[in-house]
Design a protein around this ligand. Structure first.
Ligand code: F0G
Length: 459
């Protein structure tokens, strides 16, 4: 992989113009946004690396698919196309469309969780954990320790530590664990994959204890790419085959189709069990829409069905991850502290290392994201203490060991020159990092606070 060229397997047919801003414009914009990059107007952003969610570029085929939308209230043709595609590529027999990933998480959590349950997972994700908690469960992190260490080079930092999982089982018993929730390419760990071996062991563990195996498959194709590159016995398998094999090991899945599958909106909850499907149909009509469209338009389901087929092509995923690796290596080689190994969807700056003069209570990653925007117009996102929120019982801040800024690369959107500009901006910030000040809350929302919080600078 290191020696091969990651050039894009597509060419550009249409472009979207972006505004260049001055530093004075950006200082004003970030003040108005309360030092929170989520509150910036997109028009004021030059290179938008806030997220890879819903911001990918659709192909000409996907756009053509939009014109084939069957907007019938019930039984849209596009639903059946999507359902068949999910089964063909992801193995799951049943599927209800949802408006996006968290819609699927809501339905899943409401069906499977009872008050007082525990849900183990390979590191939390913000919306996933919140839905589990709202349904009455406690999330328990069972990821390996290496995942919490930004410098560890472990090739599969998304793996589950069975000692942690068994300790939970011994403590609460299988009756209190309705399912395990396993993400492929763990977002909060830095886009780190789980190995096929670990997934196979989890399947056995679930069978042994009669516990359901749920898969957060938001970035499954990127995970499959890493398995192909790093795990013995997978070199000659295609990403498509590996994706299918991963899904086939699990019982159900939530999908935010806005990532891997390259649509602007959409997702689904998929499963193999018919009774579970019936329950999902019952709830999807309450929270999303009829079971043949969930929260999606017919045309969006068509674009998604096509996006799924494109997302598992080896040349696509090689270029996609290749671009992320390119940016990451450029930063690492220049001495910028980042999470290693470089992830599948983003490069994560280690804000704790970069800004050792700012204590975690003063939000170093949040401050770094704001400073990067002012420096360059590049928008990134905090993934540290602000994102981690407060403990649902004690009300104390969770204090994650990873205090990161995420430079997330949208799929098929930016060029290598944009990556170079981004790297130059981070390097210039490195040179002036002593001047970056910490922040304090001006407004702290109760739930998912990172989205809408406002901060003021400490002097
Ligand atoms: N699971 C994972 C692993 C995610 O990364 C996300 C979204 C979701 C679930 C929820 O899906 O946004 O469609 O409701 N992650 C986005 C991000 C928001 O920027 O990482 P959603």
């Amino acid at each position: 992989m290191e020696t091969q060229i990651w050039a894009e397997p597509y060419k550009i047919k249409m472009v979207e113009l972006i505004k260049m801003t001055s530093k004075a414009d950006r200082i004003k914009a970030i003040q108005e946004a309360g030092n929170n990059t989520f509150l910036l107007r997109s028009e004021d952003v030059y290179i938008d690396l806030l997220t890879d969610s819903g911001v990918g570029a659709m192909s000409d085929r996907q756009w053509a698919g939009l014109m084939m939308g069957d907007e019938a209230y019930a039984g849209s043709r596009n639903f059946y196309h999507l359902r068949d595609t999910v089964e063909e590529y992801y193995s799951y027999r049943y599927m209800v469309p949802c408006h996006q990933g968290r819609g699927a998480e809501n339905i899943l959590s409401k069906i499977l969780i009872s008050e007082g349950d525990y849900v183990p997972g390979n590191m939390y994700f913000t919306t996933t954990r919140l839905h589990q908690e709202l349904a009455g469960a406690t999330f328990v992190d069972v990821i390996i320790d290496e995942a919490h260490d930004a410098s560890s080079e472990h090739p599969f930092k998304g793996n589950v530590d069975f000692d942690k999982l068994n300790a939970l089982l011994d403590e609460v018993g299988a009756d209190k664990i309705p399912y395990i929730c396993i993400a492929t390419c763990v977002n909060m760990a830095g886009g780190q994959p789980i190995s096929m071996e670990n997934l196979k062991q989890l399947r056995q563990w679930c069978d042994l204890h009669g516990i359901m195996f749920v898969h957060d498959m938001t970035r499954v194709a990127e995970n499959a790419h890493f398995i192909q590159q790093r795990e013995e016995g997978y070199r000659d398998k295609s990403v498509r085959e590996i994706v299918y094999e991963i899904c086939d090991l699990t019982d159900a899945a939530t999908m935010s189709a806005k990532k891997d599958a390259m649509v602007n909106i959409g997702g689904f909850l998929a499963m193999n069990d018919e009774k579970f499907y019936e329950k999902a149909c019952g709830l999807v009509v309450v929270y999303e829409g009829l079971h043949t469209y969930g929260g999606m338009a017919g045309r969006d389901m068509e674009a998604l069905a096509i996006g799924i087929t494109e997302s598992v092509q080896d040349d696509h995923i090689f270029a996609r991850v290749g671009q992320v690796q390119y940016l990451g290596r450029k930063l690492r080689d220049a001495g910028v502290p980042i999470v290693n190994p470089i992830g599948g969807h983003a490069v994560f700056l280690d804000a704790a290392k970069m800004l050792p003069h700012i204590p975690q209570e003063h939000f170093p990653a949040q401050a770094l994201a704001a400073a990067l925007y002012v420096e360059s117009g590049v928008r990134s996102m905090e993934r540290g203490i602000v994102s981690a929120g407060r403990d649902k019982i004690t009300g104390e801040n969770h204090k994650p060991s990873l205090e990161l800024v995420r430079l997330t690369i949208p799929r098929r959107v930016y060029t290598q020159a944009h990556m170079d500009v981004t790297a130059a901006a981070v390097l210039s910030l490195m040179a002036q990092r002593d001047q970056i000040r910490g922040l304090r809350f001006e407004y702290e929302p109760e739930m998912l606070r990172f989205f809408q919080a406002r901060f003021e600078k400490l002097v």
